[in-house]
Write a protein that binds this ligand. Structure first.
Ligand code: AMP
Length: 193
């Protein structure tokens, strides 16, 4: 059973086309706050990121945003989150990784995809075994699952790749899924990542 104190959530800096994405972000923010789990995220106030952080803050949750200097204005740094301002995207991703006990992906765009794939490939490389949960809101991430199957079918990824992340269809399943997963055994060596 994995004890989660801090969860890193990757999600869109846009709101996306469906209301269900917004509902999922609001619900996850509330669930984290209620569970006393600190939200680690990209630090912006825009899109699903902002909706998620607002919901966690509204529930008196602890929210830490990691934001690079050059995105401080573009992603409108959240005024009420505890902000850590870093020099680069690489440093942002590293700090988010270091702080988090696990990772959640909500719907998002290319940045969200990049962050999710990176954390999964770090897992493939044995750099960590922190759990990763993808929330397939309204089937949004079905193409990601299909792409992973494609890489396996064509001999570019091991069958074990299916186990590098879990997929749930509703945010209410996120925390029970983490709770049911085994405790990470590896001491993540962030200097390798
Ligand atoms: P998006 O899903 O494209 O809206 O981006 C979500 C978050 O990922 C935002 O905070 C972006 O700043 C961040 N992001 C965008 N591009 C990248 C990238 N190449 N590497 C890492 N993060 C990114």
């Amino acid at each position: 059973m994995t004890a989660i104190k801090r969860l890193c959530v990757y999600c869109g800096s846009s709101r996306g086309a469906e209301e269900s994405y917004r509902h999922a972000a609001v619900r996850l923010g509330k669930l984290l706050a209620d569970a006393g789990i600190e939200l680690i995220y990209g630090g912006g106030r825009v899109g699903l990121m902002g909706i998620l952080a607002d919901a966690a803050l509204a529930g008196n949750g602890r929210v830490t945003g990691i934001i690079p200097t050059h995105l401080y204005e573009r992603e409108v740094a959240h005024p009420n989150a505890r902000l850590v301002v870093v020099a680069s995207m690489h440093e942002r991703k590293q700090r988010m990784f270091d702080l988090a006990d696990g990772f959640v992906t909500l719907p998002g765009g290319l940045g969200t995809l990049d962050e999710t794939i990176e954390i999964v490939t770090w897992r493939q490389l044995g750099l960590h075994d922190k759990p990763v949960v993808v929330v397939d809101v309204a089937g949004y991430w079905a193409p990601l699952a299909a792409l992973v199957e494609h890489t396996i079918a064509h001999g570019f990824a091991p069958a074990a790749a299916r186990g590098y992340f879990r997929t749930v269809t509703h945010v209410d399943d996120v925390l029970p899924t983490f709770a049911a997963l085994p405790e990470p055994k590896l001491k993540a060596d962030s200097s390798l990542a």
